[in-house]
Design a protein around this ligand. Sequence first.
Ligand SMILES: Cc1ncc(COP(=O)(O)O)c(C=O)c1O
Length: 443
Amino acid sequence: MNTKTARRQILNLTDKYVKNFLKQPKYEKGNRIPYAGRVFDCEEVKNLINASLDFWLTSGRYTDELEKELAKFLNVKHCGFVNSGSSANLLAFMALTSPLLKERAVKRGDEVITVAAAFPTTVTPIIQYGAVPVFVDISVPEYNIDVNMLQKALTKKTKAVMIAHTLGNPFNLNKVKSFCKKNNLWLIEDNCDSLGGKYKIDGKWQYTGTIGDIGTSSFYPAHHMTTGEGGAVYTNNSLLHKILISLRDWGRDCCCPPGKDNTCGHRFNGQFGLLPKGYDHKYVYSHFGYNLKATDLQAAIGCAQIKKLKNFVQARRENWKYLYDSLKNLSDDLILPKEEKDAQGSWFGFIIAVKKNSKVTRDNVVKHLEKNNIQTRMLFAGNIIKHPCFDSMRKNKKDYKIIGNLENTDYAMNNSFWVGVYPGMTKEMLNFIADKIKEPFKK
Ligand SMILES: Cc1ncc(COP(=O)(O)O)c(C=O)c1O
């Protein structure tokens, strides 16, 4: 037997194994309905086995393919695969601090406009670097940045806007993008919850994550496609891409892929910093970097998932619409989510806020759903500033700024929750969720 035959036999057996033993369990009434779940078939597992038989372990052929396919899907020039969405956000922000950006580089003490109704790692890199997050309110029921607050948040120190498309609902990219353009600010789109979302800019639909300067994705199993742990950074700006990859790969200047040397032919004849002439370019560092690479095993799963991405996005949109239609008669008590104008959401979840004048509280509804085996989630941190990680910073107000009183942020923190719309959901599951949401309001 040769390697090719051995591999084929292993993959055939894998195919049978998945079909017989790894099938996604069929939903039966009373089963737990999670807020998210990975959807896969034999292809993901076969790719994973194939990558493990390569035993390359670091980034390799599958990483190259995934980066290429994701760039193609998004219609963006450059894409880098990384080990999580949080790492993608860290890289995206740190790229803006690169000296290669000269006077546009973000420096310590510079301000970055963001929201407090956030996932923590959209904000964390700003704070860790020593830049100042400037928190503005959101609008409800979009749960995205209130674009009317942008001008108020602007100072001479403002260098960037870094925000997410909340739960897959694209924020007002027309307004945010033109604000950034007018004021020479960078825009980072945290696209971790909205891969496949679209926005109409100048009459043309474009994917979210590709309209600002850098977009980020998470491939954690709950998200639109998965690689287990994993994420991506993408950009149309070649200089930003070079910086992102340098930071991802230890901060090095050299861009040879793992296992390759001297692809540029100048490995031993450059002059860098104060190093001796000809010092090995493989060990020249132009940034203080990290190692945030993922492995080919993860990328192999992603290569199968990305083929399904269009259908995943479609299913999420359909499930969202189904829940919307099932609940729209409850408008006396509930605020249902709303898509931004000129946007096509790629929904991560279905967010609901209980109205202030309702006799039922958000906590009543959440408890009722959880008791009935329906998994619920909050709008991430709610208001990130209220968390213990801000305790020590709260005394020293100069490390962050708040514009206005974040009224809607606090409203969302106290009154909203969300349930899943992932592609593995059936009508039966969606009907059960809708029925259980309605029940507390009937009493
Ligand atoms: C908006 C947002 N940004 C970033 C992340 C972080 O992604 P990861 O869990 O892959 O680090 C998440 C995670 O769900 C998220 O929702």
